[in-house]
Design a protein around this ligand. Structure first.
Ligand code: NAD
Ligand code: TYD
Length: 355
């Protein structure tokens, strides 16, 4: 039985990765390590929490002693590392928290894995172990009107969030080069889908349209993001985890570029239909607000390497994925109510402490 540690598994993308691995690989023992910050929500995993190959561990990756002990005790064979502070706006108001979790936390995990796997430059890279670091396309900085990020694009982060992720990527590569750690990295574009915390653009606007509240669009809404359905990202993680060679990097993205204003107009049209409102009524909620500081103009990913070498491709067109996402939020009203009221933070105590 393979023991796999997934960090940040109670978050948005992590919960989809945990679900996929627990249900698809019954011979893997999956451990979900999460601090349960405001972004961690165990309600995301209600449907699989009693599976015999799943264990939740509450803990903080910035706590080096705790991490060392956990690795010594469990002897994980692999790590899929998603735990992070992930919201650019929060990184602008509190950069140090991003340094602590995204940089120090990643180095703590690398050190703990290195210790139990006995990695060093004098020994070959172990072939039965894996340290897989999940990163973002934001490390590449901002594109002009043309061009795509490839795996060769030089790093040029602009926000404290992307700077912290870029730093963690450099540490992961340094551990491969210096200690022969079995490392792999992927850099993905913006995700959307179920369980997305409603501080990010798409779920925030779904919630606000539902409640007839203003839809805050930064600047003129001309910034471009390359959107990928979260389950397609989880599937890419599965493929890369199992097939990538050590020391490699893959870009993940859906060739799906949209300006923010176009995304929100499409969302408004979908929601008018679903909520039985007059066409064009939700668009009236669009409100242009002060731009984000250092707002990157355009992200766009070239995922040719992943598609050609490992055979992954996205499964959903954007309109289809967005409609599925809206359906999920309208059906899972309790999830949204708990997240917006803060009630979800008690789920851990109810489910785990009193067992
Ligand atoms: P998220 O904010 O939804 O979830 C992060 C999770 O990490 C939460 O469950 C949180 O409780 C946990 N966490 C935070 N600090 C921790 C700590 N110190 N110790 C242990 N756990 C901690 O993030 P997400 O959107 O699911 O992103 C997951 C990963 O994917 C991140 O590394 C992010 O950089 C990367 N990524 C995200 C996107 C995106 O569009 N959301 C795109 C590309 C890459
Ligand atoms: P976000 O979902 O925060 O993801 P990221 O900053 O990682 O790309 O933002 C997506 C885009 O939407 C980004 O260009 C900023 C913009 N945005 C708004 O216009 N209004 C908002 O309220 C938010 C949260 C984001």
């Amino acid at each position: 039985m393979k023991k796999i540690l997934i960090t940040g598994g109670a978050g948005f993308i992590g919960s989809h990765v945990v679900r996929l691995f627990v249900t698809k690989y019954s011979d893997y023992q999956v451990f979900n390590l999460d601090k349960l910050t405001y972004a961690g929500n165990l309600e995301n995993l209600k449907d699989i929490e009693t599976k015999s190959n799943y264990t939740f561990v509450k803990g903080d990756i910035t706590d080096a002693d705790f991490i060392q002990q956990l690795f010594q005790e469990k002897q994980f064979d692999a790590v899929i590392h998603l735990a992070a502070e992930s919201h650019v706006d929060r990184s602008i108001s509190n950069p140090l928290e991003f340094v602590m979790t995204n940089v120090i936390g990643t180095v703590n995990l690398l050190n703990a894995a290195k210790a139990i796997w006995g990695c060093s430059k004098d020994k070959p890279v172990p072939t039965d172990k894996r340290f897989y670091h999940i990163s973002t396309d934001e490390v590449y900085g901002s594109l002009g009107d043309t061009g795509l990020f490839t795996e060769q694009t030089a790093y040029d982060p602009h926000s404290p969030y992307s700077a912290s992720k870029a730093s963690s990527d450099h540490f992961v590569r340094a551990y491969f080069d210096t200690y022969n750690m079995p490392c792999v990295i992927s850099n993905c574009s913006n995700n959307y889908g179920p369980n997305h915390f409603p501080e990010k653009l798409i779920p925030l606007c779904i919630n606000n349209i539902k409640n007839n509240k203003p839809l805050p669009i930064y600047g003129k809404g001309e910034n471009v993001r390359d959107w990928l359905y979260v389950v397609d990202h989880a599937n890419a993680i599965d493929v890369i985890f199992h097939k990538a060679a050590n020391g490699t990097t893959y870009n993940v993205g859906g060739h799906n570029e949209w300006t923010n204003i176009a995304v929100i107009r499409l969302l408004c049209r979908i929601m008018d239909k679903k909520l039985g409102r007059a066409e064009g009524s939700s668009e009236q909620l669009i409100t242009f607000v002060k731009d984000r500081a250092g707002h990157d103009l355009r992200y766009a990913i070239d995922s040719t390497k992943l598609q050609n070498e490992l055979g992954w491709k996205p499964s959903l067109q954007f309109e289809e994925g967005l409609e599925k996402t809206v359906d999920w939020y309208l059906t899972n009203e309790e999830w949204l109510a708990h997240v917006t009221s803060g009630n979800y933070q008690h789920y851990y105590e109810q489910q785990y402490v009193h067992r």
